[in-house]
Design a protein around this ligand. Structure first.
Ligand code: AHR
Length: 500
């Protein structure tokens, strides 16, 4: 059977905020050290930043980059990470049972963003695990105040004359999680988040603040947590965060391929929770969603790895090597974000390099693209503009976790110049999926490109030995005649169809 949908310029979801293509750099494993930062590497600049990695980061098209954690931030002392490198202390990082040298810190992070280019924007998390309001304010003053106070002058003395201009701030990280250093109940967190937000706005009413939502939809406290936190913070914050990671459990690949069903319901459930609190408070304000950690992550393999560590520096941790199947799920997660672009206005792919990342590096050696690199780069490049409302009529398949699920998952984005890009996933593992799209009223008459990521071997991956084993290829036979697009989506595939 054929999957179908109709695109009409009158039916839209909303504009894509460039911040939807954010990412995340945490002091975790080799994300920073031997990832983005490796003094002595043949491509490193004077600041120790790997140029081969920077080139790939630019190609990936990331915008906002969240920093410095993650679980790491709940023990983070920002003062350790500034000033002369030789004076910076070594510290225990409780989150990842590692030793943090602080050779890379706040100033280096800002310099890294500048090197990426103007599209890169900071998103800084404050520690509300072991610390509180005072330290958040100190970090804000050090970072953003021009000069003439002890902390802003200290930044100038440290060599950063210009303020960092950090606009987006996360009020802690995953404070609902019992694994979090300084884990809190919703009531406790709601209070400290509100106090911190109020004080940070006293320094600068223009900051954009993210309150911690749930670490996943599966958390026992989900929804009640958001409601409680928002009752305290509704007028003080701009966003609530969502985090979600997916992996195949018990070999159930069919459910894994449908992971975006969970992601979409998570988003929709958070929206209704936010709007419910807004209604109770008789507020006209809408809270937007910051999906500031999302990815495929083989999390069940990680816990044992971390507990076996004996405080090494930058160990190999969470270095998942992604297959074609993983990339198709990953693409479907991107589609889920785009389909909710009216309310999900920030999203961060966790993470950027080496740690559950689209970019991998060898210390002293090359950097390469994982399979997941391609869907992200294509979505960031062609997914800018207005999301069109896509309601699919698709054949279905049965999954253990989500019941009957559409084989087709799709969205479409109309750029300012009127061109349209369809992003589509065929979740079917064995059969091709014919697709027909009615494009009435869009004034399109040609297929510019139909790019596919698929492989005869769904387990194929890119590695140091074979870094270009998997790359997108052109599809055959895609046509656009009389306002009707016809294509065939290969089994288990991520598709980008560009129309002009
Ligand atoms: O991204 C890896 C970890 O996942 C982050 O540190 C934490 O916030 C989440 O649990």
């Amino acid at each position: 059977r054929t999957a179908r949908f109709t695109l009409d310029p009158a039916f839209t979801v909303g504009d894509v905020n460039p911040r939807l293509f954010g990412s995340f750099v945490e002091h975790l494993g080799r994300c920073v050290y031997t990832g983005i930062f490796e003094p002595g590497h043949p491509t490193a600049d004077a600041a120790g930043l790997r140029q081969d990695v920077l080139d790939l980061v630019r190609e990936l098209g990331v915008t906002t980059i969240r920093y410095p954690g993650g679980n790491f931030v709940s023990g983070y002392k920002w003062e350790d990470s500034v000033g002369p490198v030789e004076d910076r202390p070594r510290r225990l990082d409780l989150a990842w049972r590692s030793t943090e040298t602080n050779r890379f810190g706040l100033s280096e992070y800002i310099a890294f963003l500048k090197k990426i280019g103007p599209q890169a924007e900071p998103m800084m998390a404050v520690n509300l695990g072991t610390r509180g309001v005072a330290e958040a304010l100190e970090l804000q003053e050090y970072s953003n105040h021009p000069s003439g106070t002890a902390l802003s002058d200290l930044r100038v003395e440290h060599g950063d004359k210009d303020p960092f201009g950090i606009r987006m701030w996360c009020l802690g990280n995953e404070m609902d999680g019992p694994w979090q250093t300084g884990h809190k109940t919703a009531e406790e967190y709601g209070r400290v988040a509100a106090e911190t937000a109020r004080a940070m706005r006293q320094i600068d009413p223009g900051v954009e603040l993210v309150a911690c939502g749930s670490s996943s939809q599966a958390m026992e406290t989900f929804a009640e947590w958001e409601a409680t936190v928002l009752k305290e913070t509704y007028d003080l914050v701009d966003y609530i965060s969502l985090h979600a990671y997916y992996e195949p459990l018990d070999g159930d690949v069919d459910s894994f391929l449908a992971s975006a069903v969970d992601m979409e319901s998570f988003i929709e459930n958070v929206i209704v929770t936010c709007d419910h609190i807004g209604a109770r408070l008789k507020s006209k304000k809408k809270i937007n969603l910051s999906f500031d950690e999302w990815n495929v992550w083989y999390l069940s393999r990680t816990e044992a790895q971390v507990s076996a560590l004996d405080w090494p520096e930058a160990p190999c941790l969470l270095e998942d090597n992604y297959s074609v199947t993983d990339a198709v799920v990953f693409g479907s997660l991107l589609i889920a974000l785009l389909r909710h672009a009216d309310r999900v206005t920030v999203a961060c792919l966790a993470q950027l390099v080496n740690v559950i990342a689209p970019i991998m590096t060898e210390p002293g050696g090359p950097a390469w693209r994982q399979t997941t690199f391609f869907p992200f780069a294509q979505a960031s490049r062609y997914g800018r503009g207005e999301v069109l409302d896509v309601r699919v009529d698709s054949p279905t398949y049965e999954t253990k976790k989500y019941g009957e699920t559409d084989l087709l998952h799709a969205t479409a984005v109309r750029a300012a110049d009127g061109t349209v890009t369809v992003f589509a996933v065929n979740r079917g593992r064995t059969e091709s999926l014919p697709l027909e799209v009615a494009l009435g009223g869009l004034g399109l008459d040609s297929v510019v490109e139909h790019s596919v990521l698929s492989d005869d071997d769904p387990d194929a991956r890119n590695t140091l030995a074979e870094p270009e084993r998997v790359t997108p290829h052109p599809a055959e036979g895609t046509t656009l005649d009389d306002g009707r697009l016809s294509a065939v989506l290969e089994p288990l595939s991520w598709n980008v169809i560009r129309l002009a």
